[in-house]
Design a protein around this ligand. Structure first.
Ligand code: ADP
Ligand code: MG
Ligand code: MG
Length: 862
C-alpha cells in the first residue's frame, strides 16, 4: 500500500490516513494557498512501526522519491551546503491533539551546512539562531535529553549580555550558544538523512508518550489510530524584521465574535508563539506594518472558513514579506464561543439549526451555569492579563500541576499559577478551577487547552512574577503565597484578591436559542434529581420537566433532623419507632408540599427511604452520648444497638425496600406524608403530581407485598383530608435480578412506572462499590482495561446491554409503563444518546446537568 503522499495526492477527507494536519495541508495546496512543499507519511505506517517493533522505520517505507520531489519544488537540496533544504518533521493525528505529540523543526543542519547558509544568505545571526533551535529540539524530541540545561544556557547568555529578549541576541551570541549546546549534546548526528530518520521515528514514538495517551483518554480518541508524519520545507520567520510568525482565528475563539483575530511575533519562528516566549502583538499591528500581507491572510482565512463551514485556526509564517500557510483546522473554542458561532452561522444562513445544534459540545455547556463575576460585587483588583478563556473562578493558589491534582482530590478549589503551561501540565489544569499564567498570549498552550476544557484562564499576566522554588506569586509590592485565595476572571483578564461573588450566565440569549433548537427536536423528557425545594426551583429554571428522583433520606441530613432519623433507626420496638416516625412524617409532609409547589403541574417522584445505615448511625462516643441523651436511654443501649446495625457490606445490606419488608410502618409513614403534602397543595389550589417509587427491588414479590401497603396508606390519608390526588406508584430497577425479571416487575398490580437506577446498577453489575473503586479504577484506565469511568458514562456493552434487554421485556409485558433513568448517566451526553436510542421516556439528572441533557437529547434526535 501507499505509504507516502505528496500534497497534490491528498485532500481534507483523508484525515484517518494523513492526519488532520496533513489532510488540511493537502487541501490548502489544492485551494492554491501558499503552502511550503511537503510529503506525508501515513498513520498506517506509524501502526506498522509499532507492529514491527524493531525500533527502526518499517522496512517497506521509502520516502526517497518524495524527498526528491521536495527538492525539485524548492530548488534546494537536502544535505547540500550550497543550497540547503531544511525541513520540519511534524506529527498529526486524525483528531486534533494540540501540542501533545512531537515536531522537529529546521532539520538538515550540521556545522558545514550552517557555513553554507551563512555564505548564501549572508545572515549569520539567522544561521546560528536556526541551528541552536534545531540542536535544542533534536536533543529533546529525538534523543530525550532534558530541555532545562539548554534553556539555562540561553538564560545565562542573556544575563551576561544584560538583555531580556531572544530578538536582542546577536549572531555571535547564538554562535556561542550553539557551541554550548554541542557540549551538552555532542551526539546529534551530522548526516541529515540520519537526522530525518531519527525525527520520523521520534514522531511515531510520540503517539505513545504519556501526555498523548492521557489526552486521548480524556478526549475519547482511540489508541489504535496512530499519527501521520508531515515532512515539510521550512519557511523562515526568523531571518530578519521582514519575517515573523503567527496564529490566527477566523472568529474570536474566546467570545465567538465574528471578527478575524490573531497574534503575531516579528522575527520569530513558529514554536515561539505557542510556547509563549514573548507576548505577541495583535494582528492589527501587522496590518499596519504590512498591509498587503495582512490582506492576503485575511482573504485566505475567509476562504477557508467558507470552505470548511466552520471557524478556522490558522498557523502562518512570513518569510521576507512572503506569506506561507502552515496549518488550518476547525478551531477549538470556548463553550461561549461555540454557542455564539453556531447561532451566528444560522443567522448568516451558512448552517441549518440542526447542523448548528450538532456542533455544540454538550458536555461543555455547564459553562453557562457556572458563574461569572457579579459586576456589583466588591473586589480588589490585583493584576490584569489577557482574557484567554472565559468564566470566573475562585481558589487557592498552587504552583504545580501535581499540587493542583492533590488538592482537588481532597475537594479544594485551586487556581493553577504558572509562568506558562506545557502539555505536561494538563492534569493540573484539569483539576484546577482556573489557570493564571504570566507569559503567553491568547494562543498560548494554556489558553488553547483551557478553552478546550471549558476552564477559565488568564494568560499573559506580565505583572505577575512566579517563583516556583519559593512558591510565591509577586504582583508589584504584593506577595502571595501558596494557598492564598484569588479569583480570576477569564472573560476580562482580571485577577482579584480573595473571593468575589459570582452569578450564573444561563440567561445568555444565544444559549437559550440553542436550548430551544434542542427542545424542538428531542423526544426524551428531561427531569431532575432534586431533594430540596431550592434544587427543584433551580432545576425548573433550567428547564427540568419534573423530578425524576427525590431521595427522601437526603431530607434528613441536617443536624436537627438527623437526630430524629437516628432515634428512629436505633428504636428498640415498633411503638418507639412509630413515635419517631411521626416526627419524621411532619418534616416529610412539609418537604413534599414544598417540592410539589416548586414543581407545580409536573411529576415529582418521591423515593422511599434508602438510607445507607452507616451514614446515619452515630460513630463517635460524643454522637452516641448525644443520641442517648435525646432518646433518654443509657449509652450502653445505644452502643449495643449501633453494634447490631453495623454491616459488613452496606452497599448490599439492609437498605431500600428491604426496610419496608421488615418495618412496614416506615413505608406507611412515608406514603401518608406524601399524600398529606399533596392534599395540602391541592387544597391550596395547586396541581400536585406526586409519584412514589420503591428502591432496591430484586423480586416482583417484594412489590406485591409493598405496593398494596402504599396504596392503602395513601387511600387512608386522602380520605382523611377529603382531597383527591392521583399518586402513581413505581419502582427502581437497579439490581441485575430486577433487570432479568423486568417483565414480572412491570406486570405487578399498581406499578405504573420504572426508573433504572444506573448508579447502583453499575455497582451491582460490575461488582464495583463506587466508594472503593477509587482505589483501583485509575490503574484500570492506565492499563487500558477501561476506556472511561462507567460511573460517569453508561457502559453500553455490559450495564447498557442489561438495561436494553430489561427494557425489551418490560415493553413487551406492559407497553404503557413509563420508563426512565435516574443516576449520573442521565446528564452525560453519550449516555443520553444511548437512552434516546433505547426509546426511554425520560432521563433524570442533577439540576445543573439539565441543560446539558436537553441539548444532548436534542442532538440524539437530530
Ligand atoms: P503542533 O501540532 O504542536 O502545532 P506543528 O507541527 O504545527 O506542531 O509545529 C510546531 C510549530 O512549528 C508551529 O508553530 C508551526 O507553525 C511551526 N512549523 C511547522 N512546520 C513548519 C515549517 N515547515 N516552516 C515553518 N514553521 C513550521
Ligand atoms: Mg500546529
Ligand atoms: Mg440506588
Amino acid at each position: 500500500s501507499k505509504r507516502v503522499y505528496l500534497l497534490n495526492e491528498g485532500n481534507k477527507d483523508m484525515k484517518m490516513l494523513l492526519g488532520g494536519k496533513g489532510a488540511n495541508l493537502c487541501e490548502m495546496a489544492k485551494l492554491t494557498l501558499p503552502v511550503p512543499p511537503a510529503f506525508i507519511i501515513t498513520t498506517e505506517t506509524c501502526l506498522e512501526y509499532f507492529k514491527e517493533g524493531t525500533g527502526d522505520l518499517p522496512k517497506a517505507l521509502d520516502y526517497s522519491d518524495a524527498l526528491k520531489a521536495l527538492e525539485e519544488d524548492t530548488g534546494k537540496k537536502f544535505g547540500d551546503p550550497k543550497k540547503p533544504l531544511l525541513v520540519s518533521v511534524r506529527s498529526g493525528a486524525p483528531a486534533s491533539m494540540p501540542g501533545m505529540m512531537d515536531t522537529v523543526l529546521n532539520l538538515g543542519l550540521n556545522d558545514e551546512i550552517v557555513q553554507g547558509i551563512i555564505e548564501t544568505t549572508g545572515n549569520e545571526r539567522f544561521a546560528y539562531d536556526t541551528y541552536r533551535r534545531f540542536l535544542n529540539m533534536y536533543s529533546d524530541v529525538v534523543m530525550g535529553l532534558e530541555k532545562e540545561p539548554f534553556e539555562e544556557v540561553i538564560t545565562e547568555m542573556k544575563k551576561k549580555k544584560g538583555i531580556k529578549l531572544d530578538v536582542e541576541m546577536q549572531a555571535a551570541d547564538w554562535k556561542e550558544v550553539v557551541e554550548e549546546f554541542k557540549k551538552l549534546n555532542p551526539n546529534v548526528p551530522d548526516d541529515p538523512r540520519e537526522q530525518l530518520r531519527g525525527a520520523i521515528l521520534a514522531v511515531f514514538r510520540s503517539w505513545n508518550n504519556d501526555r498523548a495517551i492521557r489526552y486521548r483518554s480524556y478526549n475519547g480518541i482511540p489508541d489504535e489510530w496512530g499519527t501521520a508524519v508531515s515532512v515539510q520545507a521550512m519557511a523562515y520567520g526568523n531571518m530578519n524584521d521582514g519575517c515573523g510568525t503567527g496564529v490566527a482565528f477566523s472568529r474570536n475563539p474566546s467570545t465567538g465574535e465574528n471578527k478575524f483575530f490573531g497574534e503575531f511575533l516579528p522575527n520569530a519562528a513558529g514554536e515561539d508563539v505557542v510556547a509563549g516566549i514573548r507576548t505577541p502583538q495583535p494582528l492589527e499591528e501587522m496590518a499596519a506594518k504590512w498591509p498587503e500581507v495582512y490582506d492576503e491572510l485575511f482573504k485566505y482565512q475567509d476562504k477557508l472558513e467558507n470552505y470548511y463551514g466552520d471557524m478556522q485556526d490558522i498557523e502562518f509564517t512570513v518569510e521576507d514579506g512572503r506569506l506561507y500557510m502552515l496549518q488550518c483546522r476547525n478551531g477549538k473554542r470556548t463553550a461561549k464561543a461555540s454557542v455564539k458561532i453556531a447561532v451566528d452561522m444560522v443567522k448568516e444562513g451558512t448552517l441549518s439549526e440542526r447542523d448548528a445544534l450538532l456542533r455544540i459540545p454538550a458536555n461543555q455547556m455547564d459553562f453557562f451555569l457556572h458563574p461569572t463575576l457579579d459586576p456589583s460585587a466588591e473586589k480588589t483588583l490585583i493584576a490584569e492579563g489577557l482574557p484567554a478563556s472565559p468564566g470566573a473562578a475562585t481558589g487557592k493558589i498552587v504552583f504545580t500541576p501535581d499540587d493542583a491534582e492533590a488538592m482537588a482530590n481532597v475537594g479544594e478549589d485551586v487556581i493553577l499559577v504558572r509562568k506558562e503551561t506545557t502539555p505536561e501540565d494538563i492534569h493540573g489544569m484539569k483539576s484546577a478551577q482556573g489557570v493564571l499564567t504570566s507569559l503567553g498570549g491568547m494562543t498560548s498552550h494554556a489558553a488553547v487547552v483551557a478553552r478546550g476544557m471549558g476552564k477559565c484562564c488568564v494568560s499573559g499576566c506580565t505583572a505577575a512574577e512566579v517563583d516556583l522554588s519559593q512558591k510565591t506569586l509577586t504582583l508589584g509590592d504584593r506577595v502571595l503565597n501558596e494557598h492564598d485565595v484569588i479569583t480570576v476572571d477569564g472573560s476580562t483578564g482580571e485577577v482579584y484578591l480573595g473571593t468575589v461573588d459570582r452569578r450564573s450566565a444561563a440567561e445568555d440569549e444565544d444559549f437559550q436559542t440553542v436550548l430551544k433548537w434542542a427542545d424542538d427536536l428531542r423526544k426524551l423528557k428531561v427531569l431532575t434529581n432534586a431533594d430540596t425545594p431550592d434544587q427543584a426551583t433551580t432545576a425548573r429554571n433550567l428547564g427540568s420537566e419534573g423530578i425524576g428522583l427525590c431521595r427522601t433520606e437526603h431530607m434528613f441530613f441536617d443536624p436537627e433532623r438527623i437526630s430524629v432519623m437516628r432515634a428512629m433507626i436505633v428504636s428498640e420496638g415498633r411503638e418507639e419507632r412509630i413515635q419517631h416516625l411521626n416526627k419524621m412524617a411532619e418534616f416529610q409532609r412539609e418537604d413534599v408540599a414544598a417540592l410539589l409547589k416548586a414543581m407545580d403541574g409536573l411529576p415529582v417522584t418521591i423515593r422511599l427511604l434508602d438510607p445507607p445505615l452507616h451514614e446515619f448511625l452515630p460513630h463517635s462516643k460524643e454522637d452516641m452520648q448525644a443520641l442517648a441523651d435525646t432518646v433518654g436511654k443509657p449509652l450502653s443501649v445505644i452502643e449495643d444497638r449501633v453494634a447490631q446495625l453495623q454491616e459488613v457490606n452496606p452497599m448490599l445490606g439492609f437498605r431500600g425496600c428491604r426496610l419496608s419488608v421488615v418495618y412496614p410502618e416506615i413505608t406507611e409513614m412515608q406514603a401518608k406524608a406524601v399524600a398529606a403534602g399533596a392534599a395540602e397543595c391541592k387544597k391550596a389550589g395547586l396541581d400536585p403530581r406526586p409519584e412514589i417509587m420503591v428502591p432496591v427491588v430484586s423480586t416482583a414479590r417484594e412489590l406485591k407485598l409493598i405496593v398494596p401497603r402504599i396504596e392503602e396508606a395513601v387511600r387512608e390519608e386522602l380520605a382523611e383530608t377529603g382531597q383527591q390526588v392521583k399518586i402513581p406508584v413505581g419502582t427502581m430497577i437497579e439490581l441485575p435480578r430486577a433487570c432479568q425479571t423486568a417483565d414480572e416487575i412491570v406486570e405487578t398490580d399498581g406499578v405504573s412506572f420504572v426508573s433504572f437506577g444506573t448508579n447502583d446498577l453499575t455497582q451491582s453489575v460490575w461488582g464495583f462499590s463506587r466508594d472503593d473503586a477509587i482505589k483501583f479504577i485509575g490503574r484500570y484506565s492506565e492499563q487500558g482495561l477501561l476506556d472511561f469511568d462507567p460511573f460517569a458514562r453508561i457502559d453500553e456493552d455490559g450495564v447498557g446491554g442489561l438495561v436494553s434487554s430489561a427494557l425489551a421485556k418490560a415493553r413487551e409485558a406492559a407497553p404503557e409503563t413509563k420508563v426512565g433513568i435516574c443516576g449520573e448517566h442521565g446528564g452525560e451526553p453519550q449516555s443520553v444518546k444511548f437512552f434516546h436510542d433505547q426509546s426511554f421516556d425520560y432521563v433524570s439528572c442533577s439540576p445543573f446537568r439539565v441543560p446539558i441533557a436537553r441539548i444532548a437529547a436534542g442532538q440524539a434526535a437530530a
